[in-house]
Ligand binder design. Structure first.
Ligand code: GDP
Length: 444
């Protein structure tokens, strides 16, 4: 999957690995090629544009971490933005509704709708232990109904008995009644497809949707059809409304164009990937994993992430050195508070310490909370650089200005100054100690 794009992007970015810095002209040149590669991969033009723009903004002038090359840095940025383009929030099928939960499967003929219906039914049965009923609403092609019945039999999934002469809406109604009577948790409704999007198809799907109020409307789209798949998805979203996308045939998709364009074009998440003809060839959509496949540079991404951590450690060491000299000013305190936030706030930092979970109540009682830290940072932000360096300057009128500027009270400003003084004194007293108390928490 995605081999072509992998090679193209990898080649382009590798060219940068031997250069000195991430300059504007380098980034622009790389982005021109990335743009060409993405367009050749059939990624929608507006997606390509917004993608390369975002990478350019982040990359030009970006600080290249020591121990990685500019090209490696750019690969990491491209990787992060690929994840964003794919939709960073992976979403599974949502079954959170009163049973029977209806899931409507829509899409063009041949997109893999019936196959995906059976795959999903099997997954919900096996992994989620749901009792699933499948029903085919394809009244035009009796063979389609038969196909679903056969798939049901092969995979041990119940299918609604075929009654000839019924309209799709009637069949859908019958399926929901049968599910209620039979104690089914989920009903998968496989609608009819056409070879192209037309109004009759849309009207039929819309009618069925009105009848059963499905909790999910999943559009099935064939990744191999690239832009056509994206246009189909957009048409269904506009006319019928969908809740998610199942992208099929990604096993044969060397380009990833449809995957990259879907979220941007429809605003709806890809939920599942079809990766083969077999009933278990279905994967949860994981943006990080797909971005990794498109880029094929997982090792470099990991390397840059490690380098970024090392930089954090370096900054901490620098600050520790300042503290030892007793030069811990309010700007340093602000850095500490920021670092805490980057590490996931109080919960994130303390969560790294063994045994802390048990102390939750004491921590809450001490007033140590993310909200407090945010207010403390706001207070420091409202000071002038000079005030941060020399807190002694802070007399009553300045404190009033700072309190007003940060939306806090003078008492809070005083509390912060007192805390800072305590910390600075303690650090001076410890003298040889390697780390300040907050740095100690952060690095544990
Ligand atoms: P429908 O007309 O939309 O219901 O399409 P079908 O479910 O009948 O699928 C059409 C063909 O595509 C069948 O031969 C399936 O086996 C095949 N197919 C469906 N999904 C995938 C997939 O993810 N990968 C591959 N390689 N083939 C698939």
């Amino acid at each position: 999957m995605f081999e072509t794009l992998t090679d193209r992007l990898g080649g382009i970015l590798e060219k940068l690995t031997k250069r000195g810095a991430l300059s504007e002209s380098d980034v622009n040149e790389a982005m021109r090629e990335v743009r060409r590669a993405l367009l050749e991969a059939d990624v929608a033009l507006d997606v390509v544009k917004s993608f390369t723009d975002r990478v350019r903004v982040r990359a030009v002038g970006a600080e290249v971490l020591r121990s990685v090359t500019p090209g490696q840095m750019l690969i990491k940025i491209v990787h992060d933005e690929l994840i964003k383009t794919l939709g960073s929030d992976a979403q599974a099928i949502d079954l959170d509704a009163p049973a029977p939960v209806a899931i409507l499967m829509v899409g063009l003929q041949g997109s893999g709708k019936t196959t995906s219906t059976a795959k999903i039914a099997r997954r919900l049965t096996e992994r989620m232990k749901r009792k699933v009923l499948m029903a085919s609403l394809d009244t035009r092609r009796p063979a389609a109904m038969e196909q679903l019945a056969v798939l049901g039999e092969q995979n041990g999934i119940a299918t609604l008995p075929i009654v000839t002469g019924q309209q799709p809406v009637q069949i859908a109604k019958r399926a929901m009644e049968a599910a209620r009577l039979g104690g089914f948790d989920v009903v998968l409704l496989d609608t009819a497809g056409r070879t192209t999007v037309d109004e009759a198809l849309m009207a039929e799907v819309a009618d069925v949707k009105k009848q059963v109020s499905p909790h999910e409307v999943l559009l099935v789209a064939d990744a191999l059809t690239g832009q056509d798949a994206v246009n189909t998805a957009r048409a269904f979203e506009e006319r019928v409304g969908i809740t998610g996308i199942v992208l099929t045939r990604v096993d044969g998709d060397g380009r990833g164009g449809a995957a990259l364009s879907m979220r941007h074009a429809t605003g709806k998440p890809i939920k599942l990937l079809g990766t083969g003809e077999k009933a278990d060839a279905l994967e949860d959509f994981d943006p990080a994993r797909v971005a990794g496949r498109i880029l094929g540079k997982g090792d470099i991404v990991a390397l840059v992430e490690k380098a970024a951590q090392a930089i954090d450690a370096e900054q901490a060491a620098k600050m520790a050195a300042r503290m030892q000299k007793g030069a811990f000013d309010l700007a340093d305190l602000r850095d500490q508070l920021t670092q805490m936030e980057n590490l996931g706030g109080v919960g994130g930092v303390l969560g790294m310490l063994p045994g802390v979970a048990k102390m939750k109540d004491q921590i809450a009682a001490s007033g140590m909370s993310d909200a407090t830290f945010r207010r403390q940072r706001a207070i420091i932000d409202s000071m002038t650089p000079q005030e941060r360096r020399s807190p002694d300057l802070l007399k009553a009128s300045r404190k009033r200005r700072i309190a007003a500027g940060s939306g806090t009270k003078v008492e809070e400003v005083n509390r912060l100054l007192k805390m800072h003084r305590g910390m600075a004194d303690m650090m001076k007293a410890m003298g040889g100690a390697k780390r300040g108390p907050l740095a100690g928490i952060g690095r544990a």
